[in-house]
Design a protein around this ligand. Sequence first.
Ligand SMILES: Nc1ncnc2c1ncn2[C@@H]1O[C@H](COP(=O)(O)OP(=O)(O)OP(=O)(O)O)[C@@H](O)[C@H]1O
Ligand SMILES: [Mg+2]
Length: 313
Amino acid sequence: METMIETDGLTKSFGKENEIVAVDSLTLQVGAGEIFGFVGPNGAGKTTTMKMLIGLLEPSSGSGRVAGFDIVREVIRIREVTGVLPEPAGYYDNLTARQNLRFYGKLYDIEEKDREERVVELLKLVGLGHAIDQKIGGFSTGMLKRFGLAQALINEPSILFLDEPTSGIDPLGAQEMRDLVSNLSRDRGVTVFLSSHSMTEVEEICDRIGVISKGRLIAVGTVEELRDMVREKEGVSYLLEVSGLAAKEVALALERIGRVHSVEVSDGGIRLLADKGARMEIAEVVKRSGGAVTRFEGERMDLQRVFLRLIGA
Ligand SMILES: Nc1ncnc2c1ncn2[C@@H]1O[C@H](COP(=O)(O)OP(=O)(O)OP(=O)(O)O)[C@@H](O)[C@H]1O
Ligand SMILES: [Mg+2]
């Protein structure tokens, strides 16, 4: 797959003595057409990373490329092929959505004939068809986000940078925004780099996720790969039910397995925490002790917990 976004040791520090390291040696790649989710708590370095990628902030060290262009030396080329939400510039409150979007079209030198058509098409696409001729000053937070997406799309970008596209929007609006982003990727092959606080959000629409904490990239992968990383480190929690043998006896036998960390007998069955991959051994031990496994389920770890484990909270 062609690489659309790549960074190598990208670092940004602030402060007189560069004592605030906002982004610390970030190395990652995002492929063409991918939706990449950047997840991390407040102050993790998500916005700072995006600002470097779109040429709004110069890195302290390290390098990066977007669509093959250098993020320091070829910022103008990057601007031509990317769309950004939110646009750091404010909108004109006393102009309508149409007039505001037309303005961005002019910035990109889009011909008048195409421009007017695209303005209307995009405002409809983002669900602002009813508000095309309303003044932006009266827009709600959700409407402003939608407008921001239309504005990000005005130059028909091949890469979209979305900084918390759903924050401040109600659940329905957020769902619509996610659907829009998914469709853009599917129908137009747009590469998306988006940030979020929510693992469940990125799980829904992202192909891969990068978890960032205190400026450092903690983990990168699909949701399942991230789950596996946590399981690898902490073991998997299982629920076991056995017939033909008292639960207490089973528990005693299981406790002797090195890869089993803890065993707890309750009314619902036997709960145990064991290494990922110890399942066969556990089943064997039950059989050898004279029991039959009637239920053996691995707990599906809640995503928010995966996230908290990864960032070490
Ligand atoms: N211009 C600046 N001057 C000094 N410190 C800054 C500046 N910009 C960002 N920082 C610091 O860099 C760190 C990362 O901030 P950043 O805005 O990138 O985090 P974030 O992951 O986007 O957080 P949030 O989820 O709250 O948006 C924070 O500690 C922040 O205080
Ligand atoms: Mg931010």
